[in-house]
Design a protein around this ligand. Structure first.
Ligand code: SF4
Length: 251
């Protein structure tokens, strides 16, 4: 029997809040995204970190981490690797991993790596997703970590981490005590203690948004600098206006 519950992920909600029109293109019209080279490299770095921490501890050396990245890079299509700017992106990603190896504990034993989790927030709403990594704290509580390969933002959007904390807490039946973004470019860490109030608020907001998404029939575009990174810009009905504003406003 088909599951009639509405499924949302932290990404789905973030996309809708940033631009309802992008949400429509991505999740309703299901247009193929045109990913930027940055996105492909970011995915490769995430994949490599996941592979690395699955290895036996004695094999986890900085050289091994970089070799995994080199293998992953070599597996990308030659067309992609020859694109203008691809070599700079490769060097930057390698630099991020080199710095990560020098800074972080390579012998750490994450409890879970990219686990798929799905929990009911309400009878009609399901939350799903894959947090990058879940570590165990000395007191037995859990620490949810999300790797970021882009520059740290001016303002951190903690809602995504709170939703991951809800999934981990409910899915595993164990308390989450903190959540972190690990910015691989520059090595900054953003950490927040988890409180029951913050999770309750995140849950209420997610349920309200999920219900709005089930009934909404207007998906206006939200034009701004983020359009430059939108994988649906090629199909956007506001393309001309966006091009004019990019030129006038320099983004
Ligand atoms: S290009 Fe901008 S306005 Fe158009 S869908 Fe993407 S984010 Fe929305």
């Amino acid at each position: 029997m088909k599951d009639a519950r509405f499924k949302v992920s932290p990404l789905k909600l973030r996309v809708y809040l940033a631009c309802p029109l992008r949400y429509r293109y991505q999740y309703i019209d299901r247009l193929p995204p045109r990913l930027r080279p940055h996105d492909t490299v970011g995915t490769a770095v995430h994949f490599v970190l996941q592979q690395f921490f699955r290895l036996p501890v004695e094999e986890r050396t900085p050289e091994c981490l970089l070799a995994l990245f080199d293998q992953r890079w070599a597996s990308l299509s030659p067309r992609y690797r020859r694109m203008p700017g691809a070599e700079e992106l490769r060097q930057r990603a390698r630099g991020q991993l080199e710095a990560f190896a020098a800074r972080e504990d390579l012998r750490a034993r994450p409890l879970l790596l990219e686990p798929y989790l799905e929990v009911a927030l309400a009878p009609d709403v399901v939350l799903f997703g894959r947090p990058d990594r879940v570590d165990e704290e000395p007191d037995g509580s859990l620490h949810v970590i999300d790797y970021k390969t882009g520059e740290p933002p001016e303002e951190v959007d903690a809602a995504q981490l709170r939703l991951y904390a809800i999934m981990v807490q409910r899915g595993l039946g164990r308390p989450v005590s903190r959540t972190s973004f690990w910015y691989l470019e520059g090595g900054q860490v953003w950490t927040a203690a988890v409180t029951a109030e913050a999770l309750a608020q995140a849950e209420a907001e997610a349920v309200a948004l999920a219900r709005e998404l089930q009934s909404v029939d207007r998906f206006p575009g939200n034009i701004g600098p983020h359009c430059a990174r939108c994988p649906f810009l090629y199909a956007c009905q506001h393309r001309e206006e966006i091009a004019q504003r990019r030129q006038a406003e320099g983004w």
